[in-house]
Design a protein around this ligand. Sequence first.
Ligand code: PEP
Ligand code: MG
Length: 750
Amino acid sequence: MQYSRETESRKLLRRLRDTLAEDTASQTRLDHITSLIADSMQTEVCSIYLFRDDDTLELCATEGLKAEAVHKTRLRIGEGLVGRVARTKHIVNTADAPSERYFRYMPETGEEIYSSFLGLPIQRLGGTLGVLVVQSKQSRQFSDDEVYALEVVAMVLAEMTELGAFVGEDTALTALHQQPVMFRGATGQEGVAEGNVYLHEPRVVVTNPVADDPESETVRLREAVDTLRLSVDDMLSSLGKADKDQRDVLEAYRMFANSRGWMRRMEEDISSGLSAEAAVEKEQSIARARMATVPDPYMRERLHDLDDLSNRLLRILTGQGKETGAEMPDNPILIARNIGPGELLDYGKNLKGIVLEQGSVGSHAAVVARAWAIPLVIHARGITTEALNGDPILVDGDQGVVHLRPEENVAKAFRDKIAMQEEAVKLYTGLVDKPATTLDGKRINMHMNAGLMADLPSLASSGAEGVGLFRTELQFLIRNSVPRRGELASLYGRVMDAAKGKRVAFRTLDIGSDKVLPYMKSQDEPNPAMGWRAIRVGLDKRGVMRMQLQALIRAAAGRPLTIMFPFIAQFEEFREARAMVDAEMENEKRLGHALPSEVEVGAMLETPSLAFAPDRFFQETDFISIGGNDLKQFFFAADRENERVRRRYDTLNVSFLSFIRQIVARCEEHNTPVSFCGEDAGRPLEAVAFSAVGLRTLSMRPASIGPVKSVLRRVNLDEVLAEIDAAAERGEQSVRAALTDYLKRQDVIV
Ligand code: PEP
Ligand code: MG
């Protein structure tokens, strides 16, 4: 058979579209569609299989197979040729289906008499919705033109499925975006929340997959691509020379936007009867499917760029911007591919949780989520295509799991968990004014970490005795340009006001590594975590650090001021930084500004080298704060951002604890106050171990103060130390098991 691609295809698509307009039950519509396709393709059989649940396909309509098999024949993903198409997302085109390795005989369908088989995935944006099959008795391979025509049909079916054309009360058809779906990601921030989906970038809805006039569609597409090119050029020219990463991405955009192949494929799709939007989606779907299988990370990135570019093109074509006017639902849970801290802060504190397809534990979004104490799940792949605005959703930040449109029993179990946590919070509220004093009378000072003005109310509600770490970089990260000295001075002043005399340790700007300022020249470093970051930047580019020190000094005016420098790796760096504080004090004095009543200057110990600094360092620094997040990554040489290795080494590893103990001993020898402000301080078991090896001040996120205090008040640190020593003596790698046992014996559950 000679299949005349364009005319036949267009005729078929128009007839398919007409079925959409018919006021019939969805089953009737599907039946009609299968007979239209069989007729147009001149095959004896056409069948549509749709997903009934995550891994079961159901025959939902057929022309040619036995009618009794409809809604009876089911295949698991991977089972039979149909299941194979669904699994691999690849076309199966064979002249002799029964002799194929994956063929599975389904007696109820009567399909054994059909020799040739062509099956294609019905997919939309990389997600497979079902499988479309044509079969015929004559043993032959289907031609490229026929395959292409059926691909176009599958695309239209996908759009129709998305528009809900096949969902009806009387059928068991897959109702898209209505089934419960679970996503397994990773923990970005602990906590649990129940709420409703709020999409950062709502999906573009294509309501017209089929078009009558290919010429005008081609013109629309070309105009939209021109607009797209111009916008990419605009973005490129507005970039500073320095934004290398962004420039690379935009250059890739430009390459795709000018790609003849991409344009040609879309124009071919249009001449087969698709609308411009559907043509863009068809190519986008193919790129997404490829993205899932391409092993080369560079190629995957490029396919990702193409995906982003297609979204932009769709927005231009449909006129659907980011602002779709969707109202924020009650208890909003934000869903995004990724998000920057500025955009996140714009949503405000009423978000109940965040779920990202990408993201990382150390990302700025994670820092904000932590500050807001709301759960964050990262790496929830596919959620932005599955979730719809307003969908009910449960976020379990503890397990890194998300339940979208949960079954009632899942929701109920989840609510029980929330209730238990609320009970625990009540228990902790009773401890707010009580000291963290252990059974053997040792007093641990509980401080909190902060970074936003919005964190300060937690000082009173958590019972924190001060702010052990104020991460000043957040103010820099959420802006488009360097904040002015006056702004910073006023913010720091307000932070001190809100602290009502409690000590706030302001850490000077810690940027570089993963924290890249949008307006700062980004460095192309092979290993940014060990690169030009934190104090290294501060000492090399003194302008910003001087400005920050001036702002701090002015904010304090008459009050005590605490400054700490991040990432000090050797004594000399601390000396230089401290000299800058002294110089700024002198300067301010000369200018006649009120000075702080006293100034404490400390160093963060985040690199192992500093633990071995000369005695003079310990004598000259006013205090030391152990930045365990960084210290641990360098101690174990395990990147804190890399999911593969991040959890590989236990904080309660005997070697790490012994290292902390040595640091404490050196500080004690010189009467240098020492605290610990990494994330581990907020974990009860770790906090107990740190206290046992001598730390007396811990700084953590406010929500951890209650749980940590409650455990500390029920342990005897001498006994804990004995357990640690005994475990080390026995040659155990980690003291976790020994400590867990000890706490169990004490009837303490962590
Ligand atoms: C740390 O490294 O432990 C720390 C507190 O600093 P940050 O997490 O901001 O790098
Ligand atoms: Mg650090």
